[in-house]
Design a protein around this ligand. Structure first.
Ligand code: CTP
Ligand code: MG
Length: 231
C-alpha cells in the first residue's frame, strides 16, 4: 500500500491579514490557527507522517503546546520564498522514506475548517489514480470581468469553474518533478497540470475556505465553535 505523507505549508508571512504575527499563529477558537489543520491530519490513521513546514526564521512553533501523540506532527524549518518552494523543500526532506508512488498530501495551515469526511473522500477518490487530485468547490456566483475603472466589461460563464482548495494529493515522484519545474505555481495542481496531467476534482465543502483577510477569522471561529459537541 502506498504511504501518505501530509505536508502543512506554514512558512508564509500572512501579509494580507495585516497583523504583526503570521496568520498561522493567530488565536482561533482557543488554539493557534495552524493547530486546527494539523489536528485533522494528525488524527487520521491513514496518514503516515504529518510534516509542518516552517520558515527558517520561525520563532513561534517551539513555544506552542503539542496536543497530539509525541512525534505525530514534525516541524521542519525548510520554508522557501514561495509556497511551491516550501513544499518542494519538504518533499526533499522525506526522500529517504518515500517512494515515487507514495502520496504527498498538501494542506494549507490557513484552512482550519477541513472536515475529516472531506479528507477521507479525497483520499478514496484518488486511490487508483496515477496522478492525484484536489478538493474543490463549484463556483456558485455569477462572474463578472471588471475593468480598471471598476465597471463591468462582461459576464463570464461559470460553467465548469471550480475554486481550488486543499488538501491536494499527488504521487510523490510526480509532485517532486512538477514543483522543481514550476517553483512559481500557486498550488500543487498547477505545477502538475504543467506536466500535461489532469488532476481529479473532488467536491469539497465551502467551509474549507482559506483564512486570508481579517474578516475570515470570525467566520472560521463560528464554524469551528458550531461543530463542537454540545454535551
Ligand atoms: N506558505 C509557505 N511558504 C511561503 C508562502 C506561503 O509555506 N513562502 C504557506 C502559508 O503559510 C499558508 C499557505 O502557504 O499556510 C497558503 O498561502 P497564503 O494563504 O498565501 O499565506 P501567506 O503567504 O502567509 O499570506 P499572504 O499571501 O497574505 O502573505
Ligand atoms: Mg501568500
Amino acid at each position: 500500500m502506498p504511504k501518505i505523507f501530509a505536508f502543512i505549508p506554514a512558512a508564509g508571512q500572512g501579509s494580507r491579514m495585516g497583523e504583526g504575527v503570521p496568520k498561522q499563529y493567530l488565536p482561533l477558537a482557543g488554539r493557534p490557527l495552524l493547530h486546527h489543520a494539523a489536528a485533522v491530519l494528525a488524527a487520521s490513521r491513514r496518514i503516515h507522517r504529518v510534516v509542518v513546514i516552517l520558515s527558517p526564521h520561525d520563532g513561534r512553533w517551539a513555544a506552542l503546546p503539542q496536543p497530539w501523540p509525541r512525534g505525530r506532527v514534525e516541524a521542519v524549518p525548510v520554508g522557501g520564498t514561495t509556497r511551491a518552494q516550501s513544499v518542494a523543500n519538504a518533499l526533499a526532506h522525506v526522500a529517504d522514506d518515500a517512494r515515487d508512488d507514495d502520496w504527498a498530501l498538501v494542506h494549507d495551515a490557513a484552512r482550519p475548517c477541513l472536515a475529516e469526511a472531506s479528507l477521507d473522500r479525497l483520499i478514496d477518490a484518488v486511490a487508483d489514480d496515477t496522478c492525484g487530485g484536489l478538493l474543490a468547490h463549484p463556483v456558485a456566483d455569477t462572474l463578472k470581468r471588471g475593468d480598471r475603472h471598476g465597471r463591468v466589461v462582461e459576464t463570464v460563464s461559470r460553467e465548469g469553474l471550480w475554486r481550488a482548495q486543499t488538501p491536494q494529493v499527488f504521487r510523490y515522484g510526480l509532485l517532486r518533478r512538477a514543483l522543481a519545474a514550476r517553483p512559481d505555481a500557486t498550488d500543487e495542481a498547477q505545477a502538475v497540470e504543467a506536466l500535461g496531467e489532469h488532476p481529479r476534482l473532488v467536491a469539497g465543502e465551502a467551509d474549507n475556505f482559506k483564512v486570508t483577510y481579517p474578516e475570515d477569522l470570525a467566520l472560521a471561529e463560528r464554524i469551528l465553535v458550531a461543530r463542537r459537541p454540545t454535551t
